[in-house]
Structure formats: structure tokens, C-alpha cells
Design a protein around this ligand. Structure first.
Ligand SMILES: Nc1ncnc2c1ncn2[C@@H]1O[C@H](COP(=O)(O)OP(=O)(O)OP(=O)(O)O)[C@@H](O)[C@H]1O
Ligand SMILES: Nc1nc2c(c(=O)[nH]1)N=C(CO)CN2
Length: 800
């Protein structure tokens, strides 16, 4: 790296946000996680002054750097990681005292069709080497976060320049000015929230000659003049933007031209696709209804759709909506700042790796995901964060600061509320207000502490539901591993593990067919915040080496947070309850098994399960799949279309389901991987099904062993044995699971039958031969092995 190890440096790692970068169309519409590590080289003794004065304005405010980086990630989409890294480098170099920078950009969810941990592009740049991109003329050093974002000055406030925020503003201004390198620096800094007529006189005495700021934001009210725009750009830099992506990334909100005091913050590089294109970006509100956990709940002021959608990139505070709009001091407008949620994260030490996810470094498992995803600075930004750990939550909630659980988001949200509630006589940065700043600001009525339910930890454990599924690779192992990890995750207690369900892939029309899934649901209680639980889920996926080839492509492990007790949420990062869970039998069926009285959105999970469009795709359930040594040899079994016209009245109830075969069923056990029975490729297993012998059809797969019997969802349903030609165990052609010949994923012994090399999902083996009564598996979808129709569960035993 070009940063010099002998010089002073600041490192920010795991800065995470959702971006829409990539060359593939779905990457532009769906977005994905990007993580940045940034090392700022401050030169020799670059921190010395700050260390002596202990004053933020003499330091590089890493909170602002973090926000700037996230703004770039959430900003204008680019094709390449290289470009993204370059822009982040530009943003970082835009800060005073930063002489060079190393940037690593991670794309852990990159659309590769093989398992991988991460894709990382690392660049090193110095101020001199930053090259403006074509089409970005004049944007050499985008002001990372325009200082005005710190300031919610109000035109209706009698003493705008003396508010705490103004003090912070002035502080920032001074910081920027004093830090500015010699030379003319013109900053056309956007000022998203600057109120009409507001003029900042916070010019720094140290501001270099020629430093001129033009508030260029479309939302910047006329009359606003800032002499303290962005943090100083390096020598020779001319900044025309307050935010890297702002000028070229019109967000719906910005285009809507919200007036000052309203929710949207146009100058912020809102995620280009959010809200319109974000899969979860639909307009909506989030609200929270903590029961016992609402120690510091904000007035659940609904967030406007625009805000909710663009929350992560909306510098709420700076908007000063409450000041401009609501004369009431209690200004619930503060409560609407989804930003609040986010601010704290940046004030925190982001260096801590993921929590509860040992071995999953930066990306999804990192608390940074939960903590830093949003870029919205709240209330005076970082300073607040560092002040008040309040939050009213149990900061000692297990899960942090414990072995394997780095203490990262220790006081995540907290501080959000601090700024204006803390001593107003002190600048928001906690600095002595004497450093060229205006006099101590007059006390401003305390707004209610804003609370973002996404990052709020409950005071006492709440129930959560996590759905797990996968259809590529060693899914059984992945699912077991995920449950094991959840059990070990501090702050989370697994209370129940649902049966394992084999389910047909529920995918939209037009999406290529893919192997059946194995799905389950984990019930737990937690003291983690919703975002933290989401981060845990994403860590599970990373642990499993999640493979994704597209939005609905097969995956090694998908872990979704289905419900979090008492919280509804609609943000790009997290929607609660999960927006599609109520229509997904592959979630509802196992969930209902684990908790027959469960509800989602006040509806019975059991009832919804029966109505779900993919209900017929639930092929069987295995109860003790976590511990059983007798899982079906075929994790996804055989697929046999139900006999047409034949009344089927079979359930997979324990007894009949244990009957392993029907005569008509093909004998096609999968080959378990010889070396790693649990880690074998599930997809491969699906495509490599081979008959023992055409003359000895065996239905091994689709039927759980007696030890792990298929579980009828409708056990009360009478079984019409007569209508079901279910062979007995005595049938010689139907080997039981006790038979050594029956391969099992639990039985490492290599199967005796000969198999070709294990094909991969991408390289399917030849289709299985059909039996007399079963339709042949198609060549183009060999995993779609025939389903034993008596393995379909529920529906009064009717297969479909
Ligand atoms: N309740 C939630 N649980 C999990 N992820 C969520 C949730 N709400 C929003 N998300 C976001 O959805 C994004 C995409 O998730 P993921 O890639 O798992 O989707 P998917 O598996 O393709 O589809 P689905 O979410 O329908 O299973 C994640 O980055 C995450 O931030
Ligand atoms: N059967 C099944 N189908 C799916 C599943 C899943 O887990 N099981 N997950 C999906 C996206 O997460 C899409 N479709």
C-alpha cells in the first residue's frame, strides 16, 4: 500500500452499504452489499495536533469519512469495483490532512456461480494521483459530507448561529478551513438542508484565500451561502460537489424537489434505485411497537415513503425538518429521521469484525452491516454518537464483547439522541466552543430522542423467526451449521428448530428451473437489534459460501429474518416482517410445524401455509434432521409427478411415510459424496441420481427414515391405505434405511453402486431412466427427479 506505515493513519474497515454497482442488469435493480476498508495516511505526525488539543476539528473526523464512503457506495452506480474504489479514494482524499489513501472495496455477494468468500479491489492513491474521471469534470475531490449536513439551522430559530448544531457547523467549518491546504479551493458544496436565507458566518479564519463555497444543491434555498463547505479538499482541489454522487444521481426524492424542512434530502446521493427499484424499497413506513423494549422509543413518527426509501442515504438531520416546519419544540420530526438509526454507527469503532460470526470477516456478518449501512448522519453526526450511549437498551446484551463476538456495535444507536440533549453549552463535538466558534449556543428545546427500530435492542428478549434454505452444495451441512452458529450466537437463544422440508423451488415464471430446496425455520429469542439479527443471517450465508447467480438463482444458503417481535420495518436493508414470507409455503409449513399458533401480520401461519401458492411444492418434512443419522439418502429425493386421475390419499404421516417405496417409484438414490457425506453437493446429488437397478426400484430418497419420518402436516387426516399402493418394509425390492446398501448422508461409507463422477449443478448428470409408471425426469432438468407422490404432505393426503 502506498500509505506509509511510519506515518499516522486512520483505518476504517467494514464500511458497509447497499449499492447498485455492477455490470449485470439485476445488480443495478436489486443492489447488493458493498464493503469498504479505507486507510487514511495523514503523513508524519498527522495526528499530533489533534492529540494535543484533543479537538475534533484538528483531527480527521472518521465519522465524516465513513459517511462520505457510504455515500459513494450508495451513490451513482458504476460498472466496476475499480471505479467504485476510485471514487471512494477521491472522497477520502477530499478530507484535510489526508495525504494518501488505500481503499479496498469488497463485493461479497458478487454474482459468481461458484462458491467464494469475497471479491476485493484494492487501490492506493495520493492527492496528486487522483485523476478525475471522464464525465466527472471538476469532481476531483468531492466533498465527503458537506458540512451543512451537520447543521439543522432553522430560519425560524432566532439564533441559528448559536445553536449547538451551529456550533458544530462552525466547528466543521473551521476544521475544513483550517485544514485546507494552501491554494485556491472552490467548493460548490451542496447544502441539502440549508434553510432559505440562512447564511453561515462560520468562516474559518484559516480558510484559505480563494475558498468559495457555492451551495449548489437543488434544494439549497436561495440565499444560502456557506463559507465552510466541505472538509477541505487537498491542495489544488476544486470541489463542485458536496457528495460524490449527488450531482449525477437524482433520487426520486431529490427530483421531487422537497422543500426545506421536509423529509427528502436531495443533495444526498440517494441510492439510485431506491425506492423505486429496490426490491425492498417500496414506499412505506416503518414503525415500532416495542412493548417492554421501548425505553427510548421515538414517537413512531411515520417516515414518509421517500424518506423511508432513501433512508440510508438521507442526511436527515441536516434537513432540520423539525426546525423548519414544526414549531413545536417536541418536534416529532426528529422521530422521522430514519437517519438517526444510522448515525451512531459511524461514531463507533468500525474496526471490530463481525459479531457472532467468527470466520466471517468483513462483509455480511460484520456489525458494520448493521451499523454502517446507512449513511445518514443524524443530529450533528458523529459527535453525538460518541457522546451518549444511551439508547436505553441493554448495552451489555450478550453478543458483544464476548468471545467470538467482537464488541463492535456496542452502543450502536444510542447516541443518535445525544447531540442536542447533551449540554448545549458545549459544541456538538464536545469541543471547547472557544476555538473561533460562535458563542455557546442557546439551549434548544430538546427533541424527543429519535429511535430507529432497526438498530434498537430490546430491553428484554424478543422472539424472532429465521428461515433457512438452500439448494446448492452441501445443504444439510449448511443448514446444520447455520443452526449451530445461531445456537452459539451471543444475544440469541434458539428455542426451536423446525422440521426439515424438501420444497420445490418457488420461482417466478421464466426463471430457469433449479433443484428442490431444503428449508427449515429457526425460532429464537434475542436481545440483538433487528439489524444485528439480519447481520447474523448474512453471516450465516457467508459462512456457507453463498452462491448466487441471480436474484432467484440457486443458493447454498439463504437466511432470512422473517419476523422480529414488535417491529415492522420497511427500509432498503431490512423489511419486517419479511415481505414474501406470508406467501411462501417453504417458510410457513415448517414454521407452523414448529409453532402451530404462530402468526405473521396477525394471520395464522398454519392457515397461510395451506393457502400459499407453493404449498404443493412441499414434498416432505423430516423431524429430527438435526440429529438423525438417518436422513434420507437423497436430501431432495426423487420427483414423481402425482399419478393423473388416481385418487391419492396418502400423507407422509410417520407410519406410511416411513414406508420407503411405492412400486412404481423409480429406484434412484442419490449418491452421497464419498468423502464428505454431509458436505456433498446437494445440487450434484440431485442430478446424479442413479438407479440401483431398473429391476429393483427403490424409493429411498423421498422418504425419511423411520428415525426421521416424514411428518404429515395433516396428521389427523385419515389415510386411505387402500388407495395407496404403499409397499411394506418387507418388500425385498424396497430396502429399508437399515440396509447397508442404502446410502445416507449420515453414512460416510461410499455407496456400493457405481456412479460417474459427481456432476456439479452446472454440469448435470444424465437424466434418470423412467420407470413404468413414473414420467422420466427431463434431460434438461435432471434434478427434477420424480417425486414419490405419497411423499407430498398435507392437503388431506392429497398430493396435489
Ligand atoms: N427480512 C429480511 N431478511 C433478510 N434480508 C432482507 C430482509 N429485508 C430486507 N432484506 C434485504 O434483502 C437483501 C437481499 O436478500 P437476499 O439476497 O437474501 O434475497 P433473496 O434470497 O434473493 O430473496 P428473498 O429475500 O426473497 O429470499 C439483503 O441484502 C437484505 O438487506
Ligand atoms: N422452495 C424454495 N424456493 C425458494 C426459496 C427457498 O428457500 N425454498 N428461496 C428463494 C429466495 O430466497 C426463492 N425460492
Amino acid at each position: 500500500m502506498s500509505t506509509n506505515p511510519t506515518t499516522d493513519r486512520i483505518r476504517l474497515t467494514g464500511l458497509s452499504a447497499r449499492g447498485y454497482h455492477g455490470a449485470l442488469p439485476f445488480e443495478r435493480t436489486e443492489g447488493q452489499l458493498f464493503v469498504a476498508d479505507v486507510t487514511l495516511d495523514l503523513g508524519e505526525r498527522g495526528t499530533a495536533v489533534a492529540a494535543v488539543t484533543d479537538t475534533l476539528s484538528d483531527a480527521v473526523d472518521y465519522g465524516q469519512v465513513a459517511r462520505a464512503v457510504v455515500s459513494v457506495i450508495e451513490g451513482e452506480p458504476v460498472n466496476l469495483l475499480e471505479t467504485l474504489a476510485e471514487r471512494i479514494g477521491e472522497a477520502a482524499l477530499g478530507f484535510p490532512r489526508v495525504v494518501s489513501v488505500e481503499v479496498s472495496v469488497h463485493k461479497p455477494q458478487a454474482p459468481l456461480d461458484i462458491a467464494f468468500d469475497d471479491v476485493i479491489v484494492t487501490i492506493s492513491r495520493t492527492a496528486e494521483t487522483v485523476v478525475p474521471e471522464a464525465g466527472r469534470t471538476g469532481l476531483k475531490a468531492p466533498a465527503p459530507v458537506a458540512a451543512p449536513l451537520d447543521l439543522p439551522p432553522s430560519p425560524t430559530t432566532s439564533q441559528p448561529s448559536t445553536s449547538p448544531e451551529a456550533a458544530a457547523w462552525a466547528s466543521s467549518a473551521e476544521s475544513a478551513g483550517s485544514a485546507s491546504s494552501a491554494g485556491s479551493l472552490t467548493s460548490h458544496a451542496a447544502s441539502p438542508a440549508a434553510p432559505s436565507g440562512f447564511t453561515s458566518h462560520a468562516a474559518s479564519p484559516a480558510a484559505p484565500s480563494g475558498f468559495t463555497s457555492h451551495a449548489a444543491s437543488p434544494a439549497a434555498p436561495s440565499g444560502f451561502t456557506s463559507h465552510a463547505a466541505s472538509p477541505a479538499a487537498p491542495s489544488g482541489f476544486t470541489s463542485h460537489a458536496s457528495s460524490p454522487a449527488a450531482p449525477s444521481t437524482p433520487s426520486p426524492a431529490s427530483q421531487a424537489g422537497p422543500s426545506f424542512g421536509q423529509q427528502a434530502s436531495p443533495a444526498v446521493p440517494a441510492s439510485p434505485e431506491a425506492p423505486a427499484s429496490s426490491p425492498f424499497g417500496e414506499s412505506g413506513t416503518y414503525s415500532q411497537s416495542w412493548d417492554s423494549a421501548s425505553a427510548t422509543s421515538a414517537p413512531a413518527a411515520p417516515v414518509s415513503p421517500a424518506v423511508a426509501a432513501s433512508a440510508p442515504s438521507t442526511p436527515a438531520v441536516g434537513q432540520a425538518p423539525s426546525f423548519g416546519q414544526d414549531p413545536a419544540p417536541s418536534a416529532p420530526a426528529f422521530g422521522q429521521a430514519p437517519s438517526v438509526e444510522q448515525a451512531p454507527a459511524f461514531g463507533q469503532d468500525q474496526s471490530a469484525p463481525g459479531f457472532g460470526q467468527p470466520g466471517v470477516p468483513d462483509a455480511p456478518a460484520s456489525p458494520a452491516v448493521a451499523a454502517s449501512a446507512p449513511s445518514t448522519p443524524a443530529f450533528g453526526q458523529a459527535p453525538s454518537v460518541e457522546q451518549a450511549p444511551a439508547f436505553g437498551q441493554d448495552q451489555s446484551a450478550p453478543g458483544f464483547g464476548q468471545p467470538g463476538v467482537p464488541a463492535a456495535p456496542a452502543s450502536p444507536a444510542v447516541a443518535a439522541s445525544a447531540p442536542s440533549t447533551s449540554a448545549p453549552s458545549t459544541s456538538a463535538f464536545g469541543q471547547a466552543p472557544s476555538l473561533g466558534q460562535p458563542p455557546a449556543p442557546a439551549p434548544v428545546p430538546e427533541p424527543p430522542a429519535p429511535v430507529d427500530p432497526a438498530i434498537q435492542r430490546p430491553a428484554s428478549p424478543v422472539e424472532v423467526v429465521i428461515a433457512l434454505g438452500g439448494n446448492v452444495g452441501g445443504v444439510v451441512a449448511a443448514l446444520r451449521g447455520a443452526v449451530g452458529t445461531l445456537r452459539e450466537t451471543q444475544g440469541l437463544t434458539v428455542t426451536s428448530v423446525a422440521p426439515l422440508a424438501r420444497t420445490a423451488a418457488a420461482i417466478d415464471d421464466g426463471v430457469p428451473e433449479q433443484p428442490d430446496f431444503l428449508n427449515t425455520v429457526v425460532l429464537a429469542t434475542t436481545t440483538l437489534s433487528p439489524r444485528e439479527v439480519l447481520a447474523v443471517c448474512q453471516g450465516l450465508e457467508a459462512d456457507a459460501g453463498r452462491v448466487r447467480t441471480g436474484p432467484q438463482g440457486p443458493r447454498t444458503l439463504d437466511a432470512d429474518l422473517i419476523t422480529y417481535e414488535g417491529v415492522t420495518l420497511d427500509t432498503p436493508e431490512l423489511v419486517l416482517p419479511h415481505p414474501r414470507a406470508a406467501q411462501r409455503a417453504f417458510v410457513l409449513v415448517p414454521w407452523a410445524e414448529a409453532d402451530p399458533f404462530a402468526e405473521i401480520g396477525s394471520q395464522s401461519v398454519s392457515a397461510l401455509a395451506e393457502e400459499a401458492p407453493d404449498r404443493d411444492g412441499v414434498r416432505w418434512l423430516a423431524l429430527d434432521w438435526m440429529d438423525s443419522d438417518n436422513l434420507p439418502a437423497l436430501p431432495t429425493g426423487q420427483y414423481v409427478e402425482p399419478p393423473v386421475g388416481e385418487p391419492v390419499s396418502v400423507s407422509a404421516a410417520p407410519q406410511p411415510a416411513a414406508a420407503p417405496a411405492q412400486p412404481a417409484a423409480p429406484a434412484v438414490p442419490d449418491q452421497p459424496p464419498a468423502a464428505d457425506p454431509l458436505g456433498g453437493a446437494m445440487g450434484a446429488g440431485l442430478v446424479e441420481q442413479q438407479p440401483f437397478a431398473p429391476s429393483a426400484p427403490v424409493d429411498v430418497a423421498a422418504v425419511p427414515s423411520p428415525a426421521a419420518p416424514a411428518q404429515s402436516l395433516d396428521q389427523a387426516a385419515p389415510m386411505d391405505a387402500a388407495a395407496v399402493p404403499v409397499p411394506s418394509y418387507d418388500q425385498p425390492a424396497a430396502p429399508s434405511y437399515d440396509q447397508p446398501a442404502a446410502p445416507s448422508y449420515e453414512q460416510p461409507a461410499a455407496p456400493s453402486y457405481e456412479q460417474p463422477a459427481v456432476p456439479s449443478y452446472e454440469q448435470p448428470a444424465p437424466a434418470q431412466p423412467a420407470t413404468s409408471s413414473a414420467p422420466p425426469a427431463s434431460d434438461d432438468a435432471p434434478w427434477k427427479a420424480q417425486l414419490n407422490w405419497n411423499d407430498i404432505v398435507g392437503r388431506q393426503g392429497q398430493g396435489s
